[in-house]
Design a protein around this ligand. Structure first.
Ligand code: NAP
Length: 246
């Protein structure tokens, strides 16, 4: 019997904290093939633990071809350009890089539909964080005051975090559906030693409800990243949020 075809995956940002963890997870997954690595440091002769084609730019990797999915964990300022480059090349994208603005997503949605390429964007790939957002939405149906505190390591470039922005938007939409127009204030903490943490705090007369999620290590994101890669073939256009593929 012939072997099932393994999806060929490139990791963009392969030498970063998340990129390294994604490379290890993809390489360990029997049904996926880690096929190419992309990171600007490859231009300076840096090598990786994997004996694989390594490119300093995503465009170089896309030009060589033969990729089914690009997983991107790079920098906020690179995210939109990287998605559009993949879409133009007809390669599906799993985007973990945060910092994409609503207008960026509109542009991605248009391009992905036009080209018939699947793009999956998740501000948070940890299952617990997705549940935190779903629980926050439920709470917002009953409680009308909320603030978010998001806490991350001190090298995180964007603030507020993509997870906090999305949680806030979900709560505001739940409020709006019952006629309440109000913004959720978000407080950002950046400290060494932290990974990724968030508290959604609802207050009401004489009581408070806190929903908290902690990612203790980057491995917490890997089941979600692998699920997104494995789900990409059945997606069309732009999909935002892990809750859509659980
Ligand atoms: P990091 O350690 O700084 O790694 C980013 C890597 O990408 C670096 O090696 C960087 O190289 C490289 N890079 C920069 N521009 C690039 C480009 N145009 N093409 C290819 N590679 C490029 O950051 P990180 O902690 O891994 O986080 C990366 C992103 O993932 C951030 O936006 C973070 O917020 C997000 N994140 C998302 C989730 C989620 O669940 N969605 C979870 C954790 C983190 P240089 O250092 O040379 O620039």
């Amino acid at each position: 019997m012939s072997e099932p075809v393994r999806r060929r995956v490139a990791v963009s940002g392969a030498l970063g904290n998340m990129g390294r963890t994604v490379c290890a997870a993809v390489a360990a997954a029997g049904d996926l093939e880690l096929a190419a690595l992309v990171d600007p440091a490859f231009a300076g002769g840096v090598t990786s633990d994997f004996e694989l084609p390594a490119y300093p730019s995503l465009l170089d990797a896309l030009q060589v071809g033969g990729l089914d999915v690009v997983v991107d964990f790079t920098r906020p300022e690179a995210a939109l350009g990287n998605i559009l480059a993949c879409v133009t090349a007809g390669v599906a994208v799993v985007m973990g890089t945060t910092g994409l603005q609503p207008t960026d997503l509109d542009e991605v949605r248009r391009a992905a539909e036009e080209r018939g390429v699947a793009v999956f964007v998740a501000p948070n790939f940890a299952l617990g964080a997705v549940l935190m957002m779903l629980l926050a939405e439920q709470a917002a149906r009953h409680l009308d005051a909320c603030e978010i505190v998001e806490l991350h390591h001190d090298r995180k470039l964007d603030a507020p975090s993509g997870t906090a922005a999305r949680t806030g938007a979900i709560i505001e939409a739940a409020w709006e559906s019952k006629g309440l127009r109000r913004q959720v204030p978000i407080h950002s903490v950046r400290l060494p030693g932290l990974v990724a943490h968030q508290e959604v705090i609802f207050g009401a007369l004489g009581q408070a409800l806190t929903i908290r999620h902690d990612s203790m290590s980057r491995e917490s994101f890997m089941p979600g990243v692998l699920l997104a890669i494995r789900s990409i073939d059945r997606l069309q256009g732009l999909t935002v949020g892990l809750e859509n593929i659980l």
